[in-house]
Design a protein around this ligand. Structure first.
Ligand SMILES: N[C@@H](CCC(=O)N[C@@H](CS)C(=O)NCC(=O)O)C(=O)O
Length: 195
């Protein structure tokens, strides 16, 4: 979704290649992604992995996701890193705690600790965002990454504890480019479940 959304924001056409979980771990895909994951991105003879690096590449090469002013650009890039290296880790930890470790005897004790670590980050982010529309001026790749990271909390109920962050995420989802990306992604799952 991050890569689709970025491509939709900058108006670049793209083709999607779907992979099975099995194919992700096979040599052809491991040549593109050393950790056997998705997404990967190919453009001419360039192959990239890591959603943050791919979104950054798209944002650098096409107008619309990074400001022209050098300092504002550096700050937008900083928010990209903040999203994936500071805000996302405890959110990912929650998913591991629930889905990979949910059957362990200590799972019920661990989850509240992880949730509190998420709340620490969201409280700080909420204070910084305050009543602004986006993190630093106009919408940027930093917002794209942050909104998508926060969307991982959709089912948790935690995001709703921070009304300005909920509204921020809703603003991201309301962007026409997000909607196009989401509809295209949804169509993949709809086709898979009805096909
Ligand atoms: N840090 C990576 C994370 C990639 C990732 O976790 N991908 C998931 C799908 S969203 C995946 O491929 N999971 C299968 C696996 O790890 O085996 C990125 O942002 O691209």
């Amino acid at each position: 979704m991050r890569v689709r959304w970025a491509l939709e924001e900058v108006g670049q056409p793209y083709d999607v290649r779907l992979l099975s979980f099995k194919a992700m771990k096979e040599p052809t895909h491991l040549a593109l992604h050393p950790f056997g994951q998705i997404p990967t991105f190919e453009e001419g003879d360039l192959a990239l992995f890591e959603s943050g690096a791919i979104v950054f590449h798209i944002a650098e090469r096409h107008a619309g996701l990074l400001p022209d002013d050098a300092n504002a650009r550096a700050r937008a890039i900083t928010w990209m890193f903040a999203a994936i290296s500071t805000v996302e880790p405890p959110i990912l930890e929650r998913q591991v705690a629930m889905f990979a470790e949910g059957d362990r005897s200590w799972a019920a004790q661990r989850l509240p600790l992880v949730d509190d670590r998420i709340r620490d980050r969201l409280g700080e982010l909420s204070a910084r965002l305050s009543d602004a529309e986006w993190l630093d001026g106009a919408f940027s790749a930093g917002d794209l990454m942050m909104v998508h990271v926060l969307l991982r909390l959709r089912a948790s109920g935690i995001l709703e504890e921070y009304p300005n962050l909920s509204a921020y995420v809703a603003r991201g989802e309301a962007r026409p480019a997000y909607k196009r990306a989401f509809d295209a992604q949804l169509a993949v799952f709809t086709a898979a479940s009805t096909g």
